[in-house]
Design a protein around this ligand. Structure first.
Ligand SMILES: C[S@@+](CC[C@H](N)C(=O)[O-])C[C@H]1O[C@@H](n2cnc3c(N)ncnc32)[C@H](O)[C@@H]1O
Length: 259
């Protein structure tokens, strides 16, 4: 099986040229892992064999494999418990769910604000158009309702998500606070401003320079005193030490104190 750097480069080129993907932004080890996983799925014996097997369908699968959409309602519930505490007692809160995947994170934030009895506008943004379409629909085939019924900070999940046919749907109260659009987080409009920015489990896939540009964009749309929530395995780069104070280092919650 050919595993040379050269072979990997050729598959990366394919992603760049034929799928129009800006592969330079993703770390090489991440690209290599995702490509290897697709190679295993089609039973390819090396990069040459894989390239010979790539037809239009496989090209689509390869691109999708890069946008890992794994997500769930109230993923890492201890983080949400803290976010619930940090929400103001009244007024309106504005939040951005950057890399929102199919919307479960965005709707979770909306549910939390409804539960707290405050107004909210929550924007969900993702680069993957298909994920955004699913998010907009607010419909889900599977929801682990039993887990959501046991969250301390929610009184009754059935107020926010209800069974509908053979799936689940978010209620109007939850949907009315939320908007979605397909966008690259690096291209956010600087005129926007948010009290909370959730950017969870997106930075792990990108290389250092992309990470810096995403974080720079996010700090520009975050109000002073606002909160940034990263994924639990993600680290705030050292150069942001002065701009953020740590609210909880384990849960990766930070407060923006300005430049
Ligand atoms: C693993 S999911 C995380 C979903 C959610 N934030 C969570 O933690 O449950 C990562 C998402 O980031 C999106 N993504 C990756 N790069 C992006 C970018 N540059 N701009 C916007 N979304 C991006 C992917 O499409 C994917 O839906």
């Amino acid at each position: 099986m050919e595993t040379t750097d050269d072979g990997l480069d050729r598959v990366i080129e394919l992603l760049k040229d034929e799928a129009g993907l800006d592969t330079g932004r993703y770390s090489r080890s991440y690209l290599s892992r995702r490509i290897s996983s697709r190679m295993r799925s089609v039973g390819a014996d090396g990069y040459d064999d894989y390239l010979a097997k790539v037809d239009e369908e496989e090209r689509g699968r390869l691109v999708s494999a890069l946008w890992i959409n794994v997500t769930e309602f109230f993923r890492n519930e201890d983080v949400w418990e803290l976010v619930h505490e940090l929400l103001p007692e009244d007024g309106e809160v504005r939040a951005l769910s950057a890399g929102c995947s199919e919307g479960r994170e965005t709707y979770s934030f909306s549910i939390l604000t409804a539960e707290k009895g405050i107004d909210a506008k929550v924007e969900g943004v993702d680069i993957d158009g298909e994920a955004v379409k699913r998010a907009m629909s607010g419909r889900y085939d599977e929801v682990d309702i039993e887990r959501l019924e046991n969250l301390d900070f929610l009184s009754d999940i059935n107020r926010y998500i209800r069974e509908d046919g053979d799936g689940y749907v978010v209620t109007d109260e939850v949907r009315d606070r939320v908007g979605f659009h397909r966008s690259d987080v690096s291209d956010l409009m600087r005129s926007l401003s948010f009290d909370f920015v959730l950017c969870r489990n997106l930075l792990i896939y990108v290389n250092d320079s992309e990470k810096a540009s995403v974080l720079e964009g996010l700090t520009e749309v975050l109000n002073e005193g606002g909160y940034l929530v990263l994924g639990k395995t993600e680290r705030m780069p050292k150069e942001y030490d002065d701009a953020f104070e740590t609210v909880d280092s384990r849960l990766r919650v930070y407060r923006y104190v300005g430049d």
